[in-house]
Design a protein around this ligand. Structure first.
Ligand SMILES: [Zn+2]
Ligand SMILES: [Zn+2]
Length: 392
């Protein structure tokens, strides 16, 4: 069994990969060096098949077990992209690319999956097939969807899929998850409010787009307060408000606003979109202004499947012990494009503690290398225990 000690022996090697990836961050689909690094390592480990260019810059590796009589095929997924942030950690392995950094720990996710891949390719103590999925463009661009649209699950015959993300503030090696909605759908809107501009001393001759837009901001807050069941999680935030005027004496013709809507189920998602359109149009009309609404649907709700989540919880307990596993964590209002993979096949997404570090997307954030053995052991045991060798 893939005991945590096995990965303690590989800790220095896997840490070195992690730091190399950290020094060389790449954004969205531009993960060319990163994909090359991953593909080369997989080939070195002697995995049975390596395919690059799946979903643009995605990489897929296939490892067959000692036997494949079970016919089972399990996908394990890591994300590869970094963020447009200027790193301030001052670490020896800090980003060498100004304005880009691995501030979400995807460098660590790749390193842990590579560590598990090396072990699984050596030992092959399972009856079935492991498909290693390295996905670009999680932060922006929906690489998870692009890989699914490129036939990821059908081409490799994936039947179940598992994902893992580090989480600052949880103890190293601690695991947390829940069945059902784990992370939110993230949709966004842009509103173009058009009034009638003019001299600020003559408001009666104008339709003041700033006033109309301000009423829209306030009215939008009634959706979460009055249209949503108070026990459901919905967030609506207006995040940008820009008028055309920079002068003291001009009433602007136009105001542009942006915002995000986060929901944890499909009904609230549909309801919120309809409510935004109704409230925005109605408020603008009340003041004689016109408005254009661009409403974009982003990543869907990340929904964990009960069977696979129970199984994942059992593996997490094997790795870190009963007291280090939470199976009823409250959902996060962030979003994750692993959701597309969970729409395509059943599976589970879990969090693993990153210790007391800066939060995700903060310039001081760094993946905590101490969690590497637990993360690798989790991956390896998913393969070994979901597809056990008979009598083994
Ligand atoms: Zn992130
Ligand atoms: Zn992330």
């Amino acid at each position: 069994m893939a005991k945590i000690n096995r990965f303690a022996e590989m800790h220095a090697e896997i840490t070195a990969w992690r730091r190399d990836l950290h020094e060389n961050p790449e954004l969205e689909f531009d993960c060319f060096r990163t994909a090359g690094f991953v593909a080369e390592k997989l080939a070195d480990f002697g995995v049975d098949e390596v395919q690059t260019g799946v979903g643009r810059t995605g990489v897929v590796g296939v490892i067959k077990g000692k036997s494949t009589t079970s016919g089972k095929v399990i996908g394990l997924r890591a994300d590869m992209d970094a963020l447009p942030i200027m790193e301030t950690t001052g670490a020896a392995h800090a980003s060498k690319v100004a304005g880009k950094m691995h501030a979400c720990g995807h460098d660590g996710h790749m390193a842990m999956l590579l560590g598990a891949a090396k072990y699984l390719a050596e030992t092959r103590n399972f009856d079935g097939t492991v498909v290693l999925v390295f996905q670009p463009a999680e932060e922006e661009g929906g690489g998870g969807k692009v890989m699914v649209d490129d036939g990821l699950v059908e081409r490799f015959g994936i039947q179940e899929i598992y994902g893992m993300h580090n989480k600052p503030g949880m103890k190293v090696g601690e695991f947390a998850m829940c069945t059902g909605a784990l992370m939110a759908a993230a949709d966004q809107f842009t509103l173009h409010v058009e009034g009638k501009g003019g001299h600020a001393a003559s408001p009666a001759a104008c339709i003041d787009s700033t006033l109309v837009a301000a009423h829209i901001v306030v009215a939008l807050q009634s959706i979460v307060a009055r249209n949503v069941n108070p026990l459901d999680g919905v967030v609506l935030s207006v995040t940008s408000f820009v008028t055309e005027s920079t002068a003291y004496n001009v009433i602007p013709q136009r105001v542009e606003m942006r915002g995000t809507v986060r929901t944890l189920d499909a009904e609230n998602r549909v309801m919120a979109q309809a409510a935004v359109e109704r409230v925005v149009k109605g408020t603008a009309a009340a003041y004689g202004a016109s408005v254009e609404i661009d409403y974009e649907l982003g990543y869907p709700v990340t929904v964990n499947h009960p069977d696979q989540t129970d199984f994942a919880a059992g593996i997490a307990r094997n790795v870190s012990g009963e007291s280090m596993v939470t199976t009823d964590m409250p959902p996060e209002m962030g979003s994750e494009d692993f959701s597309y993979m969970l729409e395509a096949r059943p599976g589970a997404f879990v969090f693993i503690g990153n210790g007391d570090t800066a939060d995700w997307h903060h310039p001081d954030y760094d993946f905590n290398d101490e969690l590497i053995p637990a993360g690798c052991s989790y991956w390896a045991q998913i393969a070994e225990q979901r597809m056990p060798v008979s009598g083994g």
